[in-house]
Ligand binder design. Sequence first.
Ligand SMILES: *[C@@H]1O[C@H](CO)[C@@H](O)[C@H](O)[C@H]1NC(C)=O
Ligand SMILES: *[C@@H]1O[C@H](CO)[C@@H](O)[C@H](O)[C@H]1NC(C)=O
Ligand SMILES: *[C@@H]1O[C@H](CO)[C@@H](O)[C@H](O)[C@H]1NC(C)=O
Ligand SMILES: *[C@@H]1O[C@H](CO)[C@@H](O)[C@H](O)[C@H]1NC(C)=O
Length: 234
Amino acid sequence: MLALLAYLYLQKFFQCEASSIISALERPEIKCRNEQQIYLPYDEFKTEACARCYKYMPSVAFHFKLQYTKELGTLYDPRINASHYLNPFNISEVLNTFVEESFAEKWISCCRAAWECCNTMIKTPASLKNTKHCPRTWDGWQCWPDTPAGTTASLPCQNHIYFENGPPSCTKYAHKECLPNGTWYINEYRREWTNYTTCGRREEHRQYLYFHVTTYIISIIFIIPALIIFMSYK
Ligand SMILES: *[C@@H]1O[C@H](CO)[C@@H](O)[C@H](O)[C@H]1NC(C)=O
Ligand SMILES: *[C@@H]1O[C@H](CO)[C@@H](O)[C@H](O)[C@H]1NC(C)=O
Ligand SMILES: *[C@@H]1O[C@H](CO)[C@@H](O)[C@H](O)[C@H]1NC(C)=O
Ligand SMILES: *[C@@H]1O[C@H](CO)[C@@H](O)[C@H](O)[C@H]1NC(C)=O
């Protein structure tokens, strides 16, 4: 039943995407940049980004995690020795690999963000043409605009990056550093990297814990005289 609902929901959602697919097919030269620093035409970008949204999800989200392959936009299932091409109109086999619908929703939300990102990359006119800047890009989770060299871009952390518990109650920001030479910060694994550490919920948890410990101590302080009075009347 859940799977059916999810399927219907997806059908509806993907149908809404149809118009943008058609417009991109008419202009195949249009390309979108991803975190591997590769420019792909719209259709390839879509399936590829969606496959990597899947790859980046933690294993707790899956009954059985399909393998990301080098073949564009496919997920490999070793159980049946077959690859699923992420056809946006038919991803039902992939949905069955999630433990819960909520994880499937996060995955879809990531795919959708990637597609919207590609649309934005295509439609937004270049405003920093004459200054040194880092190029607009998809980072695997989130979309980043052209950013002047030597500055750090900040954007709200997206809900679909909170896999193990819900998003925090207040908006937090992810940061992406554009180096003075106009390249995005590259980490020790030679990959473009966005700083998502500030999206974490650790600080919030700690405050919550302090609050609890403090209330416990206060209630113990008040209970002791009450106990003494109670004992003395026995
Ligand atoms: C998996 O399929 C491919 C082609 O479809 C075939 O060449 C290969 O031998 C198969 N591997 C196994 C382990 O069955
Ligand atoms: C979706 O994929 C399944 C399994 O590969 C196939 O049986 C079904 O016909 C496909 N549906 C559509 C609408 O392409
Ligand atoms: C830009 O600067 C960074 C850090 O100083 C360096 O690692 C990188 O190779 C430079 N990129 C280019 C294209 O010069
Ligand atoms: C990421 O951001 C945090 C908080 O601003 C900072 O402490 C940390 O050094 C940053 N990490 C890198 C690798 O820049």
